[in-house]
Design a protein around this ligand. Structure first.
Ligand code: GDG
Length: 471
């Protein structure tokens, strides 16, 4: 098989203690086998950038990174990627801060990535580009004469064409998509919305197999949901629940139920509504007072983006209000941490929680939903509360599906989950765990790479199960 080259904004370079356990690193483990290359930004800014990649080899995989200047970082990462595209593609037009110089900076950095990467490429490499930071990368590589097969996967949602229309120079971005050979989406809905925008803006025909008939290039568009290694995470949770941290958590609960939320501190994750829902649970269903603790872990994220910094004081205040209003001298209802925890610790905490609360306002997939299900004890499983606007809701129908804009709806689901009898919890869990077995990280990589390798893949060839729908 050809060498696989992964390109993403950040590169999870393994440290001396072994591989980094971040979401993308875990999901792409099977794609970057020995001999592979992973390319991206180092996460560092410097005064002088020359675009030459620094390469570190670990376990047979080359990790190549480049630095950015402070100005490039601000325009590309803070400005266009996270100040315009992220809110746009999460349906938050009111949060967009578009500036032409940010878009120009976004293109400059994509050109820089292309120049640096092109020097490292071999003629038969399969190039797999990840996420909204790098939409123009294939077009930039094509300009440099790169003819390799190049695929792109969008981890976040796509929006209906009337929403995408708000993006200035959106037609340029649509053209950029057409420089790829394969484009993948998490759900049928994101895929459909993308094709609607493409048809409206560029007017290219799309055949029944999702093949975009662009001039001079046929682009295969597919739905390939990302997943985790559920069986492995299940084992990790079994071990982790016996750890010192899990025991400390369990002891601190003194027999109360635990509800858990785990998210990056991001406005798309719906945290204020979730806190309000917990407030309403305790107000409307006071039988839960003193009987439940809600642990919210919110790892800091993108703190240079104004909207992210603005979220912190809102949550701090809400947490204080809830605990002040409902708490007792021996019970803190809401335990809120704006710090991350180790992945292995999280695994045990998920297992201890009677309820997993995943209520983003929009999400491409949401892997926390997968992790919560994977971690459960089959003999006494917890209940997943899941936003209908997370991609995961398309796959986990047996979660309690809620509208994250309605705190009362979430509160009622919390109440139902806390009272749910064992037989119903078990039935829902078993059905979701079955789904988890199909939606693996391995099948995600294999399905995408199969499409990328095979120029004229047909739906029958690359849609082996319900989980990998092609439309
Ligand atoms: C994007 C899309 C899509 C969270 N807190 C801690 C921690 N995490 C880990 C979780 C999970 C990952 O981060 C978060 O994944 P999500 O899927 O929820 O969300 P995004 O970061 O927004 O990712 C999303 C994903 O790409 C993959 O395609 O599902 O829709 O937005 O794995 O466990 N990990 C550790 N400590 C924490 O405190 N170690």
């Amino acid at each position: 098989m050809a060498r696989v080259v992964i390109v993403s904004n950040r590169v999870p370079i393994p440290n001396s203690r072994g591989p980094r356990a971040g979401g993308l690193a875990v999901a792409l483990k099977d794609a970057v086998k020995k001999g592979g290359l992973w390319f991206g930004w180092s996460g560092r800014t410097t005064t002088e950038t020359n675009g030459d990649a620094q390469i570190v080899r670990h376990d047979g995989v080359d990790y190549a990174t480049i630095d950015l200047s402070e100005s490039e970082y601000k325009k590309f990462y803070v400005g266009f990627a996270n100040g315009t595209l992220w809110p746009l593609l999460h349906f938050r037009l009111g949060l967009i801060e578009f500036r032409r110089e940010h878009l120009d900076g976004y293109r400059v950095v994509n050109d820089l990535f292309a120049q640096s990467l092109a020097k490292l490429l071999r003629p038969d490499d399969l190039i797999w580009v990840h996420d909204y930071h790098l939409i123009p990368l294939a077009a930039a590589l094509r300009k440099l004469g790169v003819t390799n097969r190049i695929g792109f996967f969008l981890h976040i949602p796509f929006v209906p064409s009337s929403v995408f229309a708000a993006l200035p120079r959106g037609d340029e971005l649509m053209n950029d998509f057409c420089a790829y050979d394969v484009i993948g989406f998490q759900t049928v809905e994101h895929h459909r919305d993308f094709l609607d925008s493409l048809r409206r803006i560029l007017r290219y025909p799309v055949d029944a197999n999702g093949m975009i008939l662009a001039p001079g290039r046929h682009v295969q568009s597919i739905v390939v949901p990302i997943g985790i290694d559920g069986v492995e995470f299940h084992k990790q949770a079994e071990q982790s629940v016996k750890s010192k941290n899990s025991r400390r958590l369990l002891d601190s609960l003194v027999g109360r139920h635990l509800m858990i939320g785990v998210d990056r501190l991001d406005y798309s994750k719906g945290l204020p509504n979730r806190f309000e829902a917990f407030n309403r649970l305790l107000t409307r269903f006071p039988e839960h007072k003193m009987n439940v603790s809600f642990l919210q872990i919110a790892a800091p994220s993108r703190e240079d983006v104004t909207e992210y910094a603005a979220l912190r004081p809102v949550l701090n205040r809400m947490a204080g209000d809830i605990n002040g209003r409902h708490g007792a001298f021996d019970w803190v209802p809401l335990r809120y941490m704006s710090q991350g925890l180790a992945r292995s610790t999280l695994a045990g905490f998920y297992r201890l929680a009677r309820v997993g609360v995943v209520t983003p306002l929009r999400d491409g997939m949401n892997l926390v939903a997968h992790e919560y299900v994977a971690a459960q004890d089959p003999d006494n499983p917890g209940v997943l509360i899941l936003s209908r606007f997370a991609g995961a809701a398309q796959y986990f129908e047996d979660a309690l599906i809620v509208n994250p804009y309605d705190p009362d709806d979430i509160a009622e689901a919390m109440h139902e989950a806390l009272l749910m009898p064992l037989d119903e919890r078990t039935r829902r869990y078993q059905s979701m765990f079955e789904r988890l077995r199909e939606l693996t990280a391995e099948s995600y990589c294999a399905t995408f790479l199969h499409a990328l390798e095979n120029e004229r893949a047909t739906p029958a060839q690359i849609a082996p199960s319900e989980g990998h729908v092609l439309i």
